[in-house]
Structure formats: structure tokens, C-alpha cells
Design a protein around this ligand. Structure first.
Ligand SMILES: Nc1nc2c(c(=O)[nH]1)N[C@H]1C(S)=C(S)[C@@H](COP(=O)(O)OP(=O)(O)OC[C@H]3O[C@@H](n4cnc5c(N)ncnc54)[C@H](O)[C@@H]3O)O[C@H]1N2
Ligand code: MOO
Length: 420
């Protein structure tokens, strides 16, 4: 019998057949959560022009020689004004926050340091400056945040709200992003009934498709749950044949991949060149993958085991990196825990299966996030779906360990953080 594959080796096999999807140009407002497809440099400087950081009076610093001091008010400039006014010697120009600094002025005196009231007030003829300010005080220079051509956002990073605001500020209204994979989810198993249906003998609710759809939808993916009319090989084969034609980039099946006499996924796809492996992990041991060929495209199919916690662990271990790779996230960021990696200890000891890397659903201690506890005393049991809502992390126990000792640090994948 073949030795089980290491988790990393199985993931590398998967990544080696994962295509990078084409890029597309989207209106900036629709690009949230997409992976940026090119490096962006500033088209506009930030700030785009030298402007005031305060409501007050623009002055020439050289005029501020003694206090109190009276200057002639030569005009006013509000935010959105052109800034053509000139501030001559002995003059001040009333100015609002964000308004362009008038020619000649180099310093802004906040209204609070003058004899003028804050807020709506008629433009005075004179202003008395009561206190000194530093040279160039309250002036935001053109380009002091970024100059034209300066780096703003790199390819391969997810476009967050802050990224979009930065890119809008430097002149972009459309962005080139990677296409987002469309995902099909298929539960298999004759014992499954839809959520809420009564259970006949030997039946269980289909929770896997609910879980996968939810994980994907919560991250903004387009996902469809597909069903077969029965778990016969013919019906299943027919469903798979339609998946790539229907434009899905990824298909995820659950169940039917171990050693059972009715393991339909394995039976049907093994004839289509799919690879099946035992991976040295618990839960999530039996895994398979292959390509479904459609009329004009291929669809990468991941066949996950049927147990619900195995699905959850397999999703975070294999599906998330695949989705990232398809969208141009650099592979080294997908094969390490990266920013989601923490280190934590358990308050009690427990057994771990030797030879398999154990992924234990855990929650973080409220007071000290370097302590985790198992979400159920049965730990990483692959059927423990009812305690999954408590899982904030997956503790990762090395395959060499037979026992986890209390107080000994282990890596933890923090599920509360975004995937990439
Ligand atoms: N003789 C062996 N038996 C098993 C092995 C093995 O190596 N030799 N591996 C075990 C491991 S580990 C796992 S994991 C499971 C994987 O089994 P399958 O992928 O074939 O999945 P099924 O048999 O269809 O189902 C397993 C389990 O999960 C429940 N299930 C399935 N689908 C759903 C769903 N959509 N929603 C909720 N629950 C689901 C199903 O009722 C079973 O209880 O095989 C072991 N056996
Ligand atoms: O690998 Mo199975 O997922 O241990 O239960």
C-alpha cells in the first residue's frame, strides 16, 4: 500500500494543475475583495495640490513678527475653489480646510488663534492674529503622501476598502483584477436529506453543501449547489459532464472517496484520470482531484471526504489555496500560514494520531489569545459538526506527536482573519 502523502506534497500536486484565471477590468466600486492584477502607481499626487489643514487664515510667515498683529483680509478661498487669489505682504486670506493655498501664502493660522469667530461669519476686512504658529504650519504639501509615479498598490494583494480609497485618490476609476472562480458544490451520498426534512432510518441532513456554500458566499464567491437525482454512477457522471460546460472553474464534491462499496465519486472519476490519495492528516485523509473537460474550458474538481469536519479542514487546507492561486496570489503566501499563523498552548493534554497531522478545531481564550481550547472534548472527531460554530482556529499538531502536552506551543491557523 502507498504511504500517505504529506499535506504539503498533496497541496503542491494540486497547485501544479491549478490554472491562473484571466484578468478583467472592473469599475473601482465593484473591485472590493478581488485580487489586484497589476502594480499601481499614482497618476495624481496626494494631496493633489498644496492645501490648508485647518479653517483659518493663510498668511506669509515672514509677516508674523509680533502679537497681536493685524493683517488686511484680501479675500477668501473655500474647498473646491481654484486658488488663484494672491496673498500679498501684510495680507491674510480666509481659507477653509482642503482649500488650495493662495499664491504668496506659506502658513495657515487657525481661526481659533485670531479675533474672528469660528463657523459661519461674514468675511472681515481685517484679522488680528493673537498667537504665533510655526513656519508652514497647517499646510499639506502637494505630493507629500505620494508623488506621481509613486507605488500605491501591488499585484497579488486583495483589494480592501483602504486599497480602493487609495487607488481612487491617485486617479483610478477602473481596476484590473483577476477573475473570481465560480464554484460548484456537490454533496454525494444516498443517506442525505435536505436541511429541515424529517430523517428516515439511516438518513442524515446534508450539512456539507450548506457549509461550503456558506464559506464561499461569506467570502464573496459565486457558488451553486448542484444535486444529482440519485447517487448512481450514471447520474453522477452526467452531472459532472455538465459542470465544466456550465462555466464553473472549480467543483467541490464531498463524500464517496474512501473505501466504501458505494463510493460513487471515486468510481466515476477514477476512469477520467483523477488522482486519489491518502493524505497524512486527520481529519481529511482521503482526497482526490482531477480536471473535468467541458466544450471550451476545464474545471478543476476537488473530491473531499464526506465527514463534515473533514470538509471544513480540507476546505481551509486545500480549497482556499487553490482559490487564491487561481486569482494570482503568489504561491508562497498560500503554502504558509502567513499572517493567519499564531502560536498557542492547550490547558490540558490529549492524544493525537501518530503519522497524521491533526487539525483540531479550537476557540481562543478571551483574555489570552495564546491559549486555545478544543471546541469539543472529542477534539478533531470528523463527525462533530454541531460544535463547528465554536471554531475560531485550527490547531495543527505535528504528525510525529502522539500526545499534545498541556502548555506546549503549537501552530494555530486563525480562522477569524481573511484568507489572503
Ligand atoms: N475502510 C475504510 N473506511 C474508511 C476509511 C478508510 O481509510 N478505510 N477512511 C475513513 C475516513 S478518514 C473518512 S474521512 C471517511 C471518508 O468517507 P467518504 O468520503 O467516502 O464519505 P462517505 O462515506 O460518503 O461519508 C462519510 C461520513 O460523512 C457523512 N456525510 C457524507 N456527506 C455528508 C453531507 N453532505 N453532509 C453531512 N454528512 C455527510 C456520511 O454520512 C458519513 O458518516 O471514510 C472513512 N472510512
Ligand atoms: O480523514 Mo477522516 O476525515 O479522519 O475522518
Amino acid at each position: 500500500m502507498m504511504a500517505p502523502l504529506k499535506v504539503e506534497d498533496y497541496l503542491s500536486e494540486l497547485l501544479s494543475v491549478t490554472p491562473v484565471l484571466p484578468t478583467q477590468v472592473l469599475p473601482l466600486a465593484e473591485a472590493l475583495g478581488r485580487v489586484c492584477a497589476r502594480d499601481y502607481q499614482a497618476r495624481f499626487p496626494v494631496p493633489p495640490f498644496t492645501n490648508s489643514a485647518m479653517d483659518g487664515f493663510a498668511v506669509r510667515f515672514e509677516d508674523l513678527t509680533s502679537f497681536p498683529l493685524t493683517l488686511q483680509v484680501a479675500g477668501e478661498v473655500a474647498a473646491g475653489a481654484s486658488g488663484d487669489l494672491e496673498c500679498g505682504p501684510g495680507q491674510a486670506i480666509r481659507i477653509m480646510t482642503g482649500a488650495p493655498l493662495p499664491k504668496g501664502a506659506d502658513t495657515v493660522v487657525p481661526v481659533e488663534l485670531t479675533d474672528q469667530p469660528a463657523g459661519a461669519a461674514p468675511l472681515p476686512q481685517q484679522v488680528v492674529i493673537n498667537e504665533p504658529v510655526k513656519p508652514q504650519a497647517n499646510v499639506r504639501r502637494q505630493g507629500e503622501n505620494v508623488q506621481v509615479g509613486g507605488p500605491v498598490f501591488p499585484a497579488g494583494q486583495v483589494l480592501s476598502a483602504t486599497a480602493l480609497s487609495a487607488l481612487a485618490s491617485v486617479g483610478f476609476g477602473e481596476l484590473e483584477v483577476f477573475a473570481r472562480p465560480r464554484v460548484a458544490v456537490i454533496s454525494t451520498g444516498d443517506e442525505l436529506v435536505a436541511a429541515g426534512e424529517p430523517l428516515g432510518p439511516g438518513q442524515i441532513p446534508d450539512s456539507n453543501s450548506v457549509l461550503l456554500r456558506g464559506l464561499l458566499q461569506a467570502a464573496g464567491y459565486e457558488v451553486e449547489v448542484l444535486r444529482t437525482s440519485s447517487d448512481t454512477p450514471d447520474d453522477f457522471a452526467q452531472l459532472l459532464a455538465s459542470v465544466a460546460d456550465d462555466g464553473f472553474d472549480v467543483a467541490i464534491t464531498t463524500g464517496g472517496v474512501s473505501a466504501g462499496a458505494y463510493d460513487v465519486v471515486k468510481a466515476v472519476t477514477a476512469q477520467q484520470g483523477f488522482s486519489f490519495h491518502k493524505v497524512a492528516m486527520q481529519p481529511g485523509k482521503p482526497q482526490g482531484f482531477g480536471q473535468l473537460s467541458g466544450r471550451d474550458r476545464k474545471c478543476l474538481m476537488l473530491a473531499l471526504p464526506g465527514n463534515p469536519v473533514s470538509v471544513f479542514v480540507s476546505f481551509h487546507t486545500f480549497v482556499v489555496p487553490i482559490l487564491g492561486a487561481m486569482q494570482g496570489i503568489p504561491v508562497e503566501r498560500l503554502t504558509s500560514l502567513g499572517a493567519r499563523g499564531r502560536s498557542a498552548t492547550f490547558p490540558e493534554s490529549f492524544k493525537s494520531p501518530a503519522g497524521r497531522r491533526q487539525f483540531v478545531p479550537v476557540r481562543f481564550d478571551n483574555a489570552d489569545a495564546s491559549v486555545v481550547e478544543r471546541t469539543h472534548t472529542l477534539g478533531s472527531g470528523s463527525h462533530l459538526v454541531a460544535s463547528l460554530p465554536l471554531a475560531e482556529g485550527l490547531a495543527i499538531i505535528p504528525e510525529e506527536w502522539k500526545q499534545v502536552e498541556a502548555g506546549v506551543s503549537v501552530p494555530v491557523l486563525d480562522l477569524r482573519l481573511p484568507w489572503f
